[in-house]
Design a protein around this ligand. Sequence first.
Ligand code: AMP
Length: 281
Amino acid sequence: MKVITSIREIQSIAKQTKAASLSIGFVPTMGFLHEGHLTLLKKARQENDIVILSIFVNPLQFGPTEDFSTYPRDFGRDCALAECEKVDYLFHPSAAEMYPVDPSLKVVVQDRTDVLCGKSRPGHFDGVATVLTKLFNMVIPTRAYFGLKDAQQVAVVEGLISDFNFPIELVPVDIVREEDGLAKSSRNINLLPEERNQATVLYRSLNAARETIEKGEQNPKKIISLIKEIISSETNGQIDYVEILTYPELKPLVNLENTIIIALAVKFTKVRLIDNLILEI
Ligand code: AMP
């Protein structure tokens, strides 16, 4: 595995790979790798000739009061894990390399951002779409791998690829969970010990919602109330949102039909966690 820090170098590698008619699987991340990221890498490894992993904690997608400075980082450990997954190139640019001057342009996401994390983190998806546009232009991947833990991100990236005509196949990957159901996240390490136990309620509340739907409940408002009740009774975390929408359009719905997402975000002392369930009705 080769670690690359320069944009010019990753571009040259991508060009040579394309010229040799080899496929590129790309996994963009912010690092502090866990089993969720490794699942994306394994899939990329199976489906492509060359695997490129990027690790970049993108300042553009963090709000002024968010956790950019405390976002966990451990590049040495990440390198070892990436090596085990047979990554060919680990692209690890500095912020100065990515944004040498104040950007004169940014990508503004118009659709699918007035709900969920787009609503509670204004500008977040503009930052995500801007950095991905840059990374996609550098790497020119054949396939790009994204986790459904960030289901709204997958929906936004789908729009980005389609609207901007990137010749890239988006590959969504299912959520990887801890044994107790908590969705794996780099941020879990910033939970206080008692919060780590409480945090399992996120997935339990989603499963309770699924069971209620299976028993015939059709009213999204009632299901949202049930989830909120379960979360509030079992944790001190503050509910940021619980929403039920169509997926991947992320539109409000009156009755449950077709593909829906039940998504939630809960703020703990030092960390805000998200989770979701996508259901075919
Ligand atoms: P991040 O480093 O948090 O930006 O995540 C990089 C990629 O890994 C994104 O596509 C995430 O959706 C994906 N990812 C993070 N956690 C998980 C998980 N628990 N299961 C599946 N994919 C994940």
